[in-house]
Design a protein around this ligand. Sequence first.
Ligand code: ADP
Ligand code: MG
Ligand code: ZN
Length: 468
Amino acid sequence: MRGLETVIGLEIHVQLATATKLFCGCRADYFAAPPNTLTCPVCLGMPGALPVLNRKAVEYALRVALALGAQVKRRSHFDRKNYFYPDLPKGYQITQRQVPLAVGGELRFWVEGEERRVRIRELHLEEDAGKLVHTPAGALVDMNRCGVPLVEIVTEPDLRTPGEAKEFLRALRTLLRHLGVSGADMEKGELRCDANLSLARDGEWGVKSEIKNLNSFRGVERALAAAAAWQRERLERGEEIRLATFGWDEGRERLLLQRAKEEAHDYRYFPEPDLVPLEVSEELLEKVRAGLPELPWARRERFVREYRLSSREVEVLLGEPELADYFERVAAAVGEGREAANWILTEVLRFWQGSPPLPAEELALLIQKVRKKEISRTTAKELLEEAIGGKESLERLLAGRAVRQLTDEAELEKLAREAMSQHPQAVADFQAGKTQALGFLVGQVMRKTKGRADASKLAQIFQRLLAS
Ligand code: ADP
Ligand code: MG
Ligand code: ZN
């Protein structure tokens, strides 16, 4: 069907990396904890237990709001969203609906080098629910996640393709990691997304389909593509699109119809009576603003300008702020960024697991040795792997190599050229067909290096030099 435009808006849940939960002192890092060990009367919703707002969670949410350029409400409040589900012992979730923490703002990101901006509608704080764990014996419930702080970010429907939605989420993850407010790892559920999609015809908006709880970048892209195909098919058959909510079967890559509009929930929202309104002072706002790091889009522009990196390279580096920091340290020590980026992206990245596999100074030393042609690229790569895999520092490895065997290509070539200029007769003999002259030349270098040169490599080098 022609003239159909895809319209996409996202609702994203970000788990904040606070030490404790949103309204109680229970630890919030439930990921590896045994089930039901991080609970208390408050997060289990026992009668008479009272919530107390976590200041750190407010600060983290404000960081996100300010980074997005949103307008922070000086006074917001919490509401109860009521529903029954086995993972929700309180029978309601505390969220912000009537007056959210912040409204407006935008996220800048790039798709294949082209800049995009997506407007933010609003951003609010809320608590997470528990988790159902499905086993052959039946469903089990784990309350550790109850009360873990979330920031929900709602975008305007400004996205136009499933791929763009994926890139938006990547950029959001980069931002959240730079701000240090969340691990933003989709696989761990630290970043989750509900995606809304409709098809507009000749500028006239269509009815949206919502896909709940997407938890991988690939899932977001595939599910949106499937929803677009689903709507398109119906429109082509002349059917009407009705408001519906889907789940996503990640394994089979299929949409699962969860409910149609008629079955929509009525959450009976009302203001949370146990919490006072949230007042954000000018002081707090200033403190948070002053603590903001360089934001990814500014850093991105600086990387392109200062180091002449490509869009793709910058994206990979910024995707993990620690990797970008590492790159900057190596670039500073080398005195140049281009080579540092090459080494990090092609050689170091494979060994990267959240932290540098090799100190920045050591990598810089290696890069400098290659630049000065003191060692060959191949030798440098070997040394790098040895240094990463073993316990010895790079400096010791370099020193060890020097006394052991001379295998460095560049070094050997230098020695070979020297021998050739000192023995022009041998060169002429070889070129006249006397192949034994090669043995003579190799012997000269072996003597000079006291036998440390790698003879077979040396012979190859001579052959190459003599043939040209
Ligand atoms: P609801 O009231 O159903 O929650 P909202 O208007 O609050 O819907 O919007 C929820 C999300 O859906 C937002 O991210 C918004 O951008 C997106 N959205 C709204 N309308 C559309 C549409 N026609 N097509 C795609 N996304 C939409
Ligand atoms: Mg909504
Ligand atoms: Zn608790």
